[in-house]
Design a binder for this molecule. Sequence first.
Ligand code: ZN
Length: 432
Amino acid sequence: MTVEPLPAGMGREMHALVERLYPIARSITGDGLRETLAILGEGLPLEVRDVPSGTKVFDWEVPREWNIRGASITRVGGERVVDFSRSNLHVVGYSVPVRARMSLEELRPHLHSLPEHPDWIPYRTSYYRETWGFCVTHRTLEALEPGLYDVEIDASLGPGSMSYGELLIPGEEEGEVLVSTHACHPSLCNDNLSGVAVAAFLAGHLLDRRPRLSYRFLFLPGTIGAIAWLALNEAGAARIRHGLVLSCLGDPGAFTYKKSRRGDAAVDRAAALVLSRSGKEFRVGEFSPYGYDERQYCSPGFDLPVGSLTRTPWGEFEEYHTSADDLAFVTPRALEESLGVCAAIVEVLEGDLRYVNTSPKCEPRLGSRGLWKGGGGEGGPGEENLALLWVLNLSDGRHSVLDMAERSGIPFHTLAQAVQELKEAGLLEPGG
Ligand code: ZN
């Protein structure tokens, strides 16, 4: 299959999806995550799976389900100073329910703020340690007067399940490309509604086509979701030939690709090739056992060829994990470019096959077969003709089209077209 170019205007559509998902109070379990998956399911045949609380998944356990209905801090006899309905970042994720009257001194250790950004609300969670807390702007915190406060977190933490979304787009081959993104953050856009939107639109792009490879999309709670999927699909994981973890793809910063643990996987080379030919600023970094869910896919017991694509990586933009990672921070243009890079990586993975030249002794005559473009003689041969020569020369069953692209400097797309023409002329056969 050749992956057709993306229709224009998808950036705006992706941003609209981010906008729709933004207000939902998501966490690693609970109704906010389910609502998010239900919205994604409107446009995609997404299967939503539920893993019961307490399920053992390798060294971990699926946590109890957390749901929150509201939360506030009110000065006794005075105004409501913090209200969850204004921002779902106000409550530390997984806070246990609280209803108490307390002094400012007692309340103070439960309040988190960012003194260096006094108007931003931080994003905090405490999934595996029972506690409660509020995240507030530093300005709010500074303005709190001594006295008594009524504190309420109307939340529940109990047996339930952890949901995730899964979509398999079957190809001609069983080998799979994994596209994984976390979908557990509340009102934060770059990390990671941008990844959710790009993954969803990439899935939509592939859905109507019959790709060569099969594509498995996962929309998961970070860490525990990927661990649970791997634990419950250990045999299926062996089908993964290439993988990408998508995140932080909506900011205007330069692209960053973090290689898989293997470091030389086809997806690592495909991503580096696409970025190096994109005309845009980019970085390619080595694997490290931290970051997003590539940590789980690349754990030594799996060692899957899964890299991570972001624009500015987590922690390297000031807005990271704060209320400033909002709808204005992610742009339609950045989202559209990110989708374009993902689609180009897919195109390379789809076309990266080996062939055998059926006429390998000296060059076959291309002119007589109508393959040579232009009269020849004046100037150079032109990129399309060079592509034919490179494909013929390296089609010895040992070199793939990605090898040819790396070595020749010719765009992958042009080489893929040359492969098609040579196949039709009987000069090339699949092989190797
Ligand atoms: Zn995050």
